[in-house]
Design a binder for this molecule. Structure first.
Ligand code: SF4
Length: 180
């Protein structure tokens, strides 16, 4: 039987969820044995196969139009979509921006930060995408599995990946969650 194909990507987050995935340590060898890892932000191939993958994993909230594109691309190309981490599950710390006016948040981020010199300005490059209201992944595309946590516990990630590798939908119940 062919190994399930897995791809991951990230949107507005801190990369901590992917770091937590690496924190499953030597158990990653079991995962690599069981699945075909096609693309991730931390490997050479960055985008899921156009022909599709079995499992897509997304970290981060939807904060920019470029994040929306990543969310729609992964949803279109995967059978099972996993929201990895609090930012993807409900917006997480990124959603704190929703308490502020967009221009105030952009000015604070690009002009007023203590490390910004007098040249600081709000970027307007279309490559960056336009800011939107911060949303959870499920508010943009249908999600099949939610793995909460900031970052999610490596044991929970390992459990979820093992279940997905075996062709099952993981049940992330309260007793599996370790809140930090
Ligand atoms: Fe980072 Fe936490 Fe968001 Fe994951 S859930 S991307 S660890 S802030």
């Amino acid at each position: 039987m062919a190994k399930p194909k897995v791809a991951s990507d990230w949107m507005a987050g801190c990369a901590g969820c992917h770091m937590s995935l690496l924190d499953i340590d030597e158990r990653i060898l079991q995962i690599v044995e069981a699945v075909d890892i096609r693309a991730t932000p931390i490997t050479d191939l960055k985008e899921p196969d156009e022909e599709g993958v079995d499992v897509g994993i997304l970290e981060g909230a939807v904060n920019l139009t470029t994040n929306e594109e990543v969310a729609h691309r992964m949803r279109k190309r995967c059978k099972i979509l996993v929201a990895l981490g609090d930012c993807a599950v409900f917006g997480g710390v990124v959603a704190m921006r929703n308490f502020y006016k967009m221009q105030d948040a952009l000015r604070r981020a690009y002009v007023e930060t203590e490390s910004t010199d007098s040249e600081g300005k709000i970027p307007s490059d279309p490559e960056l995408g336009r800011p939107t209201q911060v949303r959870a992944l499920k508010d943009v595309v249908p999600v099949d599995v939610h793995i909460p946590g900031c970052p999610p516990d490596p044991d929970v990630i390992f459990y979820a990946l093992s279940e997905l590798a075996a062709g099952r939908i993981p049940e992330i119940k309260d007793e599996r969650l370790h809140w930090h």
